[in-house]
Design a protein around this ligand. Sequence first.
Ligand code: ADP
Ligand code: MG
Length: 681
Amino acid sequence: MQSTSIKKIYSNISNIITGEKTRKLVIENIGNTYKDLIFYIPYKVVSSSYCNNWGQLSDKKKILIKVLVDKHFSSFRRSNIPYKIKVIFDNKGINLVFFSKYTGYLKNIYKEGEEIYIAGTLAVYGKKFQILHPTIIDFKNINPEKNTINTLFYRQKAGLKTKIIHKSILKVLPLLPKLEEWNLLFMEQYPLSPSWNEAITNIHLGKEDNILENNSKTFLRLAYDEILANQLSLGIIRNSINKEKSNIYKKNSINIIDKFTKLLEFKLTLDQKNNITEIINDLNSNKKMLRLLHGDVGIGKTIVAIVSALHVIHSGYQVVLIAPTEILANQHFNFIKDKFKKLYINVYLLTASIKNKKTILYDIKNNEKSLVIGTHALLQKSIIFNNLSYVIIDEQHRFGVKQRLNLRNKGKKVDMLLMSATPIPRTMLLTHLGDISTSTVKQKPFNTKIRTILKSEININEVIKFIKDKINNNKVFWICPLIESIDEETNNSSIEKRYKLLKKNFNDIGYLHGKLPIEDKNKTLDSFKNGEIKLLISTVVIEVGIDIPDANIILIDNADRFGLAQIHQLRGRVGRGKKDGICILLYKEPLNDTAKERLKVVKNSNNGFDLSEKDLIMRGGGDVLGKNQYGFENFIFYNIIKHQNLLKMAIMEVNDILNSDPNLQSARGKRLIDLLYLFEK
Ligand code: ADP
Ligand code: MG
């Protein structure tokens, strides 16, 4: 049980934020509990020195000064001339300069004749001092003893300004419960570190100007709390899984597996066979299995998973294979159903658009020994299995933890295999799945190569000609980042725009994106498979697992908008048959150095593991969108690259904790439960 005081962290903020509009904005954009607010951390601290005479001013200095607002110069404003306000400091004039489109509000906050505090960076312009976009500082927050002040910047959201966010957070800070210290090892290693309460307060008061740096004492402490909570919860789950027994399977599945592999159009590689053996051995152990099967895109993981499923089905149980899209579920179903029919095994497909659901639901509930393939539709309550014993999750990054558990709870003593087409770097694995067993497919089933070419969009006509020359005995994917163009910047990168252009150059052309009804998607894909369509314009919906062996050219439009690993995934759509593949990365100029570097890295490496590591380092593990490409939630404080030593420490400490106090019943154990609660573990 958590302590009663920690519960306060989840108190509703409604009473403390006055102003209905602000309250609504804060709740919608940040959250409605104390915890949501205090974990919304600033992204930047700017430290300025307090100056009270002209002699202290110098070019480029970050300053905080008290000024008298003298005059607004706004009368003859043209769009390219900035808005200016003259203020008086130490009897001399300084100009405040604004380049914004909307400046109407400035009259209200810089009232002529009033004294205010402002912070900003000084610049010399025409022998005069000016400050570009200064910040007004609330006098109450200034400590005159200190001669610097730190201004915090929070990511603004829909109409919610950084200042309002900060004000709301400042109201929560004094209401937080005082939590007792749970850290031992960390305090030993980093003596004199702040307590949790001090740390979270330091952050939002901008105590030091380096407070947001990964190695500031405050930040380290919070990062350690986060990774400790993470490792502790993973450790607890692992302990409980290790204790649970799994179902017992017959050992003599070799004959049926043999029969099945003879039905395949190809021979299994040695690597695939080894992985199959490894997984079957794990299934046969008397503990529940939780294993990750990863390997580069196109390497042939599906068949490995299916054979392991066959082992379980042979013992009379049900197996479920869930995929993130209907296209993919259909593809698996079509690949397997006839082969399994010959082995007298039922295969069912359940997706949102399947018509005759009743019969299928009945069969799943009443028949043992079958393979059920489907999408999220399988997660519904109404779906009841007869004797589900094995869950396989394809493209695991597309499913949340809850969804995985939900599926697992549909059976008893269920074994689980997670599949990932993006090889997951070890640091990432440890922090998100813990010390999970892994099987890795490394050997490519065919010897085809993929050549990657970088081309500027300026040369698009040359590229079109190149494709025209090859399209007769080939098929082409053309991937766009968007469905429709939204603004100038994205002008050409949409399916809509490209379709117009390409229609003039090619006859057999079609398009595909996530918003089309599934029937249309399937129809277009079928036409592409049977050759009626030779050039398919598409968004990344085709990324996941699509298998069209005779498509050998892929063009990625506005390639600089995609992640490294994602480009690699897309590139894996070609070169799957007997012919080599070509991948054209079309980029928009001008490209900055990082973007150039990134594209060069994909061009020069064809190894998914390698690229995943590099992508991780280049992006620092995060992703602006909140979830990273591996489908894991991002951490707030912990940085997967910069805090690796904290991870090691946490793993060590969690082992100690769980050995001596597995149920967290000691006094410290109880405080650790608070920690788990704090991070919702
Ligand atoms: P992924 O690992 O990305 O899920 P798939 O399982 O979809 O890859 O396999 C990619 C393609 O390779 C499929 O067309 C599959 O049938 C084929 N394939 C798998 N194993 C072999 C093999 N041993 N020899 C030839 N082709 C294979
Ligand atoms: Mg796959």
